[in-house]
Design a protein around this ligand. Structure first.
Ligand code: ATP
Ligand code: ATP
Ligand code: MG
Ligand code: MG
Lengths: 165, 165, 165, 165
């Protein structure tokens, strides 16, 4: 099971619909400071169900919607889709590809979809329960956070091991 | 679940020690349960001693040594219970050339079992990837994806962007 | 001393705005007193907007943009009341090539009034220095100083150590 | 007024007496991860009177004494001397050069010297009172801390401005 494609539309600095194709192996994301690389990471966290605006560097969820530039108006909605390769059947759905989509409006309301069918966040969490996707915090290391595990208190480190157990 | 945790802890500890020695070309590292009688609540202490140096608190390690130690631990946890993909945002920032080479080799090795998505500014890290997605902001404030360079058999041959170092 | 603080605040604010525009090639930044009626206790808010982008909370800035904003503020404070020397430990780590060039030029400029001691792994930063002290650990765990390269008129011509990037 | 020379003897990884010469302008300190660069920065903080072991990455002051390697025994004392150029007379002493020295023994006791004459820390602080040396926190930016000023709370940022006022 691996990621095949990530599509951002109106998510943070990605005004226009933008796609990133992924292959098994190693994908590098490069570019100058402030160009949007960490925003791509945020999009992955977000479409997998991140509930904390703080974890996405904002103060409310609406902060992820493209909010305009000198030359462009803000949008009213943000949408991210993630397509996963399910050839090995690790996701309990009868599809070789699974697409999860999340949308948010200025009201702060999120909508979720599995293969374009509306669903609840709960359904997505259950879908990925056995795969470890979205639930294992050692799957995503944020910028500047690599040595957090060393500087955290012994009791606070446990959760990584509990996730792996 | 107590025995599950103990077993996981034992395996992570074994991999952590091995990965640390490989990344540091020697030395010793291990994990210690603060309270062995209360395994399900106990904090986890980290012991790390680079080769040739005396054992001290991990707080006295250098910035790069802390990053390498954290990388050894995170990859040890991944080794015990891999997740389908792993996103790393600029975790090579504090590393010197020689350590970046070791880190890149570890990622290549681990990418046989997991997909890696790595945000980086570093040429060595980029050179070990299979696909490179460039992110740019030609129009200020608007992110776009550009120039995927893709070499399935062998290394990336294209010259990196001027924005990279 | 209330007027002393207000005057200092005003001067730092003016330099901060100017340095930010110079480091970002545009945009706008300023400092705001949270409580203008209680100048001696009030917190200080930081507003920063890179060129072309909309004004948002500084938490949404990228890693490199945060570093450049912090550098603008620190050097603004230095500009108002310089100290004889300034020690910077790897503050160029999150910067891309173009920003490192701007940072290095700012340091060169400021070094007319203050002495700078900069720990760095970056070749561009090194190339703008007057003296380079190498630190090595040939015998494991024992630090030694080596190879001072010193060119008073003009740039460093010696080839950097293999440990640098 | 500028730094002329820093000498470390038994301080952290600097077993043997090691000197660093400084000139006005920009000095770069370079070398691989863990070789001792930040230890040089720690030495400058320490000789200027740093009282917090935590600020030097240790848990007690004795942690700064060379504590041995595989091949070498620990020392019983650490000593750092800093020589300042006082041609402009900004230090109220009738010398064109001022040397401050600090020693510490395993007992944790520190000794201080001005031009090799024993004195108290208080004397050193008074000596530098008007120069800003040792007292202005914007004179030294630690590794990984550059954007601390942005992430700190508005009330906590004040002190930098108060120092500059
Ligand atoms: N809702 C939004 N609408 C438009 N732009 C946004 C929004 N949220 C964040 N941004 C912009 O995205 C930029 C940050 O992008 P990002 O953090 O992805 O940069 P980066 O490529 O990771 O850079 P670095 O190398 O410095 O870490 C900021 O300049 C910010 O202004
Ligand atoms: N009291 C001590 N005795 C001997 N060695 C010590 C002592 N205190 C710290 N060290 C060693 O100093 C090393 C750290 O050095 P330092 O932090 O200066 O590295 P650095 O050159 O800044 O590296 P980086 O580029 O990774 O930041 C550690 O490996 C530690 O073992
Ligand atoms: Mg980033
Ligand atoms: Mg360091």
């Amino acid at each position: 099971m691996h990621l095949k494609k990530l599509e951002l539309f109106g998510f943070k600095s990605f005004l226009d619909r933008t796609g990133f194709n992924f292959e098994p192996g190693v994908t590098a994301i490069v570019g100058p400071n402030g160009c949007g690389k960490t925003n791509v990471v945020d999009a992955i966290k977000w479409v997998l169900g991140e509930q904390s605006a703080l974890a996405l560097r904002g103060s409310h969820m609406g902060d992820v919607i493209f909010n305009g530039t000198d030359g462009r108006k803000p949008l009213g909605m943000a949408e991210v889709s993630l397509v996963l390769d399910n050839e090995d059947g690790s996701v309990p759905l009868d599809y070789s590809e699974v697409m999860i989509t999340r949308r948010i409006f200025r009201s702060g309301e999120s909508e979720y979809f599995i293969n374009k069918t509306p669903c609840r966040l709960k359904d997505i969490n259950e879908l990925f329960m056995d795969t470890g996707i979205g639930t294992r915090s050692y799957s995503l290391i944020e910028q500047g956070k690599v040595d957090l595990i060393l500087s955290s208190r012994p009791e606070d480190r446990r959760f990584l091991f509990e996730e792996a157990a | 679940t107590r025995s599950m945790f103990v077993e996981t802890f034992r395996k992570v500890n074994e991999q952590f020690g091995r990965l640390f020695r490989s990344l540091f070309d020697g030395g010793k590292a291990e994990l210690i349960l603060v309270d062995e009688r209360d395994v399900l609540e106990s904090g986890i202490e980290i012991i790390a001693r680079p080769p040739g140096k005396k054992l001290q608190s991990i707080s006295l390690l250098s910035g790069g040594e802390k990053a390498m130690t954290a990388i050894a631990l995170l990859f040890a946890i991944r080794g015990v219970k891999p997740s389908p993909f792993c996103v790393l945002d600029e975790i090579d920032a504090p590393l010197d050339d020689s350590n970046i080479g070791r880190f890149a080799r570890l990622v290549r090795e681990s990418s046989r079992n997991s997909q890696f998505i790595i945000v980086t500014h570093n040429r060595t890290t980029i050179a070990t990837s299979d696909i490179v997605h460039g992110v740019t902001m030609e129009e200020r404030g608007i992110s776009k994806q550009i120039s995927v360079r893709f070499e399935k058999e062998g290394r990336l041959s294209a010259k990196p962007e001027p924005a990279l170092r």
